[in-house]
Design a protein around this ligand. Structure first.
Ligand code: APR
Length: 327
């Protein structure tokens, strides 16, 4: 999955580069800066002294010494002063400059803390949005795996409104397992010919043969058909689905490939399918959406609201302790 949100201590991340939320002296401090210097050992400070500091919004790279990573990319985030002092563009620059340095040093995996969201007071939900927007834009053009590392889940914040809207939607729709009559299980109870009839009345008689063909096409065939119908490239589809190239080529080359449920849904979201089409695509992979499953209800919320931003969906899935979309 090219962009993952994980709970961890960034000093433990076994990646090519970890990013440090430093201050302009680069001589260490508290928070993640202190944790990284402590774990890396003296060598890191010795190297930082030679760098002669760093401007806000800029980034510099050093070795990682005793850390499991190969590099530490030090960047200096903006102090939050209410939001009208260019804080957002400076924070965007921190992510952009750090990603550029990681790319320059051929890093395949990079881990970020939520820069400026601690001592520097940047509201966590706004800081997370900036991180996700800049990183996901970068990943549309570059092959890299990027982790956003959340240290203290309690402080993890998506916007209050979004959180309460979804919590309400879950309450309205969540049913216990034994009483769940998901759309799919209702359809499965209808004899085949009436499902056919239901499908039939939705389309002109002349589409009957393509409808019949679609009924028995595989997941992979439907995915490729939808990519063609949408007029997008394979790369646009799998990047928007937060799926890496290797997995996509496996699916493309195996007509009977059976993806995981999160992968199937990630493609449905990437193709901006309706709920019906999503259920159809899931059925071809052997799955169904169910109201006894919070993950499914959150997906349904986003599709019903026409919000297909997979990174925003993952932000919410993470907040509700659910699996994330993508490989
Ligand atoms: N791993 C991952 N994330 C961490 C860790 C850790 N070990 N420790 C803290 N964090 C998180 C915090 O929870 C916060 O969400 O990193 C985010 C950034 O918080 P700070 O470390 O306080 O950094 P920042 O807000 O950018 O302030 C930078 O603080 O430590 C000093 O020297 C630093 O002066 C600079 C200022």
């Amino acid at each position: 999955m090219p962009l993952e949100i994980v709970r961890n201590d960034i000093t433990k991340m076994n990646v090519d580069a970890i990013v440090n939320a430093a201050n302009s002296t680069l001589l260490g401090g508290g928070g993640v800066d202190g944790a990284i210097h402590k774990a890396a050992g003296k060598g890191l400070l010795m190297e930082c002294i030679k760098l002669g500091g760093c401007k806000t919004g800029q980034a510099k790279i050093t070795d990682a010494y005793k850390l499991p990573a190969r590099f530490v990319i030090h960047t200096v985030g903006p102090k939050w002063k209410g939001g009208n002092h260019g804080e957002k563009s400076l924070l965007e620059s921190c992510y952009r400059e750090s990603l550029a340095l990681a790319k320059e040093h051929n890093c395949e995996t990079v881990a970020f803390p939520l820069i400026s969201s601690g001592v520097y007071g940047y509201p966590k939900d706004k800081a997370l949005r900036v991180a996700i927007d800049v990183i996901s834009d970068f990943l549309l053009e570059n092959d890299m795996t990027v982790f956003i590392v959340i240290f203290d889940k309690a402080a993890y914040k998506i916007s209050e409104k979004l959180f309460s809207d979804i919590a309400e939607y879950i309450d309205d729709n969540y049913v216990d397992a034994h009483t769940d009559y998901s759309r799919e299980s209702m359809r499965m109870k209808m004899p085949m010919q009436s499902v056919m009839a239901a499908d039939f009345c939705e389309c002109r008689a002349s589409d009957l043969d393509s409808k019949l063909k679609q009924l028995d096409e595989s997941f992979s065939q439907m995915l490729l058909r939808k990519i063609d119908e949408k007029g997008i490239t394979d790369a646009e589809c799998y990047k928007k689905a937060n799926i890496d190239r290797k997995l996509f080529s496996k699916i493309r080359s195996d007509v009977n490939y059976k993806p995981s449920k999160t992968t199937a849904i990630a493609f449905a979201v990437s193709l901006e399918l309706s709920l019906e089409e999503t259920e159809d695509m899931l059925r071809k992979a052997g799955f169904a959406l169910s109201h006894s499953n919070k993950f499914d209800i959150i997906i349904e919320y986003f599709i019903e609201n026409g919000n297909y931003n997979i990174f925003e969906i993952n932000e919410v899935l993470f907040a509700f302790d659910q699996k994330l979309l993508g490989a």
